[in-house]
Design a protein around this ligand. Structure first.
Ligand code: FRU
Length: 440
């Protein structure tokens, strides 16, 4: 009965049992996507962190593997990242086999230190480096909040770069051998799970910008010279709600070129033996809007294999649209695409059994709890690509300018199902899709 439990998400990764939070060590290598994650294999509560491990060929169907990293005498295994050491800079490679190297935080009650471990068998077994820890930043920062190393290769400066959450923001360290790290700079205003990567603006490879973000879904756009990130714009939100601690994949082949991200989604309902899920993998890009470049977040195209269209309509009143959705009021999973034309409603959107899954307050410019000023103010339409699973609701607004994640409220007394609401709204487009389970 595994994967058939009442609250088991049907198209999102979950573990067979135990607690999960942050994705860790996201990396593509030898035709596999690796998803490591914060994991308490024993209980459904956060405690006793390990690195769990799963692999996938298509980012959608995952196979859970044995635990990758266990707590040791320094403490428990907190979040981090992974690289492939193609040039053997750390000296762990064996013949033609390049080491996969994980960077993680080891946490104890009064100290957090950065460590490394390597694998020569595609992440199946790990050897911890003998001279851990690499960085004990308590000395410099006098803070126990020093964690979540994200490491990547910076080709222009021929250095490894580590972004690290330290006290009140993200620090940048560099290294040539992955073992000795030099402190370079610090950006305040972020918290946990740092990311730093480059994206072309509007697909133009000659005009690239760097993005820095933290666990809460806020980002800055700027430049990076290998040592210092210089913010030019932000912070902006790309995501509202209960998504947290997203990370992007390292080592995606250049022929693919995508910046693929996975975030952690909380689950609080239920008494199942597992807890926590990974959100849909998304692809990130930078698009120029009327207000400047913004991060665009869309589900990767691989997700499309899960959906079969059940119906498609144009130019409906809210009542007509509600009628089409009537039969789905107790569905466990569904995808709905809608384009809503707004009038002068203060609140407009779509609710599911009383839970507002799309909620736009036009007077206050608030969309699902976040400030949102639409790009095309004159047209006054809002498009929403809505993915509903047993415990979650993810929405991608206006082609990815904003996303939102909510836990799906179970046990609600309101049984009216899907309900478009708002004064004189029109549903210009409505599409309904059935969703396959990834577990069958
Ligand atoms: C973010 C976080 C990280 C930490 C991990 C511990 O959710 O608090 O900063 O490494 O979770 O599980």
């Amino acid at each position: 009965n595994l994967y058939k439990e009442v609250n088991r998400p049907q198209f999102h990764f979950t573990t067979k049992r135990g607690w999960i939070n942050d994705p860790n060590g996201l990396i593509f290598h030898d035709d596999e996507y690796h998803l490591f994650y914060q994991h308490n294999p024993m209980e459904r509560e956060w405690e006793n962190m390990h690195w769990g491990h799963a692999v996938s060929k298509d980012l959608i169907h995952w196979e859970e593997l044995p635990t990758a990293l266990y707590p040791d005498e320094l403490g428990t295994m907190f979040s981090g990242s992974a690289v492939i050491d193609h040039d053997n800079t750390a000296g762990f490679n064996c013949g033609d086999t390049a080491a996969m190297i994980a960077f993680y935080t080891v946490a104890s009650p009064d100290r957090q230190v950065q460590c490394m471990a390597y694998s020569l068998d595609n992440g199946r077994s790990w050897t911890k480096y003998g001279n851990n820890p690499l960085i004990d930043s308590k000395e410099k920062w006098n803070s126990v909040d020093t964690r979540d190393p994200k490491v990547f290769w910076h080709a222009p400066s021929m250095r490894w770069v580590m972004v690290l959450n330290e006290r009140d923001g993200h620090s940048i360290y560099t290294s040539q051998n992955l073992k000795d790290w030099q402190y370079q700079s610090h950006v305040t205003g972020f918290w946990e799970c740092p990311e730093l990567f480059e994206l072309p603006v509007d697909g133009d490879e000659n005009n690239k910008k760097w993005i820095m973000y933290g666990a809460t879904g806020t980002y800055m756009i700027g430049s990076f010279d290998g040592r210092v990130f210089t913010p030019e714009a932000g912070k902006y939100y790309y995501c509202s709600g209960a998504q947290y601690a997203a990370q992007t994949f390292n080592n995606i082949p250049q022929t693919d070129g995508r910046r693929i991200q996975i975030g952690w989604g909380r689950i609080s309902q239920g008494e199942e033996a597992f807890n926590g899920m990974m959100m849909l993998p998304t692809s990130l890009s930078l698009r120029t809007t009327k207000e400047g470049p913004r991060l665009i977040v869309k589900p990767v195209t691989e997700v499309e294999q899960l959906f079969t269209q059940n119906g498609s309509w144009k130019n409906l009143t809210a009542e007509q649209a509600n009628k089409h959705l009537e039969q789905y009021h107790d569905t466990d999973r569904i995808r709905i695409k809608a384009r809503i034309k707004l009038s002068h409603a203060t609140d407009a959107g779509l609710s599911l059994n009383g839970q507002r899954i799309v909620n736009y307050d036009m007077n206050g410019n608030m969309l699902n709890g976040m400030f949102y000023s639409p790009e095309e103010r004159t047209s006054m339409t809002l498009s929403a690509d809505i993915f509903i699973d047993r415990t979650s609701v993810e929405v991608f607004f206006d082609d990815g300018v904003y996303t939102s994640y909510q836990e799906r409220k179970a046990n609600t007394n309101d049984k009216q199902g899907f309900h478009f609401f708002g004064n004189n709204i029109q549903v210009e487009e409505l599409e309904i899709y059935e969703v396959k389970s990834i577990w069958t």
